[in-house]
Structure formats: structure tokens, C-alpha cells
Design a protein around this ligand. Sequence first.
Ligand SMILES: [Fe+2]
Ligand SMILES: [Fe+2]
Length: 406
Amino acid sequence: MLNWDDPLATFNHTNNNEQRTSSDKKNALDAKAILNNKMESDQLELNATNNLLDTEVIKKRKLESPIIQEANLEPVRVDDKRVINGQTDINQLAPFKYPWAWEFFLNANKNHWTPLDINMSKDVHDYQHRITMEEKHVYENVLSYLTTSDILAMRNIGLAVMEKMTAPELQIYQARQVYEEALHTWTYQHCIESIGLDQSEIYNRYRVVPAINQKIQLANQKIHSVLRADIDLTNKDELENFVMSYTFFAGIFEGCWFYNGFSPIFALQRRGLMTGTAEQLQYIMRDEVLHCAFGIRTVNQIIIENNVKLDPKAIQLMWEEAEAAEIDYAHYILQDPILGYNADDHIEQFRFIANRRAKQLKHTEPFPGAQNRLIWLDEQANMRKEKNFFETRVTEYQTGGSLKWD
Ligand SMILES: [Fe+2]
Ligand SMILES: [Fe+2]
């Protein structure tokens, strides 16, 4: 039987009770009966006194309590809601000021899955017998980078961003996003565990490989600058810094580094290798596309509502820093190219996706003329075109094929 105070508790307490003698049990029952009678009589007296006291206390509280007096305040006016720095009651969901945020939440719930849905047995065989040393290097380092990044993504949205929102429809989607980032971390762990990789080695790569560490450090700087209890978003500089940080996470960290970060594994998948892992990443990618689009839309809305003017030079510098980190990363993970994929492909695709995100963010194109090297990448994001995908699932959920990915 489950213990509802602590469902994972062991049954040690029950075992101890069973060892008590029958005499112990009888003595305990007698003592309990006497105690119960005494307690019942005391309780009757106490109730009578409390009834009198309660009436007086309630009367007094009605006169003094600001909470009860506030019951006469005006209803929330939907036009008064703001993404940040709003003054309306955040506990009221509808009417929606931002119906698009609610639509994101509904759409996110259509991509329902867990890593256990996907069979990883072929990947175990592929890793041991079919892929080359160079491909193993790519596979391990991509997983290593992604798993550290997803923890950061979870902490950013859950700790640094969500608490600053003042409209509940935005917070509700972000709460779902926090869960999805945790789910992604579980997914990488499931892959690492299934393949039998050395966990302490894989999880520590970002600590010892400069090219991975550099990307994590850039994200750490951004999150630490806004993860402060004393931050004041009514201050112009603080607000601009917050907008830049959220822009970085939505547009670059999720919109480019993640979006493009799955590509080396998809390149293996296209050759029939590590297909279970790739399938897991396709699910993650669908979530990330929504995270990126939601974040960009939220940033754009904050900019409009607060008349934020970002420094174009600072924006260009942010894109260039991201590019420099991605170049080092690509040269490390693809120091030897694998069949059908090399470092130049990865870097050029980063620039091409960056231009697309910049357009969504209303920035000037940071990398004019960048070419779409991986024309198959967008297809990977749209699993409706992967005709065998749903046939491979162990568990059937409600839906998944009715999402729009623009
Ligand atoms: Fe994620
Ligand atoms: Fe994400």
C-alpha cells in the first residue's frame, strides 16, 4: 500500500509494527482508548469557547484586513495587461490580451511524448558496429553539448524569464516550456544511458572542452545578468539588458544553436544510422521551434509596449559572438568530416538560420548572402513528411500531425 505522505517511502515502518507482540498491541490499544475519551471531552469544551472567539475575530478582521477591503476593487481590464511591468492581477487568465500565447500552449500539448516511446536498440548496435570513430566523436559531443544546454534553457525560462512576466497566458506557456526542457534533458540522458556512454565523462565535456565551454559561458553570462532578485525592469538599462538576454536565448540559443545543433545527428539518420536518437531529436526540435517562435514574439511585444530602442551595434556584436563560438564548436566536433557533413556546412547553415531569426526579430541581416547548405534540415523539423515516424512509436498519444511549423 502506498504512503500518501511519501509515496516513495519504504515499508520499514510496517515491518517494525509486525514485530510487536500481541501484549504490546493490547496495552497500546487500552492506553489509546483512555486518551481518546479524554481528548473528546476536552475538544467539546474547546469548541464551545472557540465558537464565541471566532465570531469576535471575524468581525474584527473584517474591519482591519486589507484583503477583505480589496474585494471591492475594480475588475481587471484586459487592455491594462502588459507582458512585463503590468499592474493587473496576474491570477486572472481570461479574457486574453495575448491570445497567441494561449495558442502556443495548446499547440505545445499536441507534441506529447517521452523518450521511452522510441526504440533505441538499433542505435546500440549502430554505435558498437556501424559508425566510425569520427562519427562517434560527433555523436558524443553533440549529446554532451545539448544536455548541458537544455539545463541552461530550463533555468533561463523558469528562473530568469517567467517570474518577470505579468500576463498569466505567457507564464502558462513558459511553465510548459520549463517542463519540456526537463523532458529534453531526460531524453539525452536516456540516449546516453541506452548507448552505455560513460556519464561522468560525457557530462563533464563542457567543463574540459574549450569549444563547448565557450558556448555555455556565453549563455551563462546572459542568464546571470538577469537572474537577480534586485532587477528593476522599469529602469531603461535593465530593461534593455533583459530584452537582449531573452533575444539571445530565443533567437540564438534555441533558434540557431539548437535548431542547427541537431543537424549532425540528422546527417547520420539520413544514412540510416543512429535513427532512434535522431527520432528523439526530431521531437525535441518541434518543441524548440515553438520555444524560439514564442520567445521572439514575446520580445517583439515587450519592445513595442515599452518603446525599447536597442543599439544596432550591440545586436550585431551579439550575432558575431554567437557565430565565433559556433565556428570553434563546429571545427571541434567536425575536426574530421563525416560522410555528407562537414564544419563548413554547419557554419554556413548557422549563418543562414541566423539571418532568418534576425528577420523575425526585426534586426538587420547579420550575415548577408549566407547560403542554405542543408536544404533537408527544415524537413526534419516537419515530421508530417516523415511517413514512418508515427509507426515506430511504442505509445500512441492523441495527436501530433496537426501542428503548423512556420
Ligand atoms: Fe530544450
Ligand atoms: Fe527550448
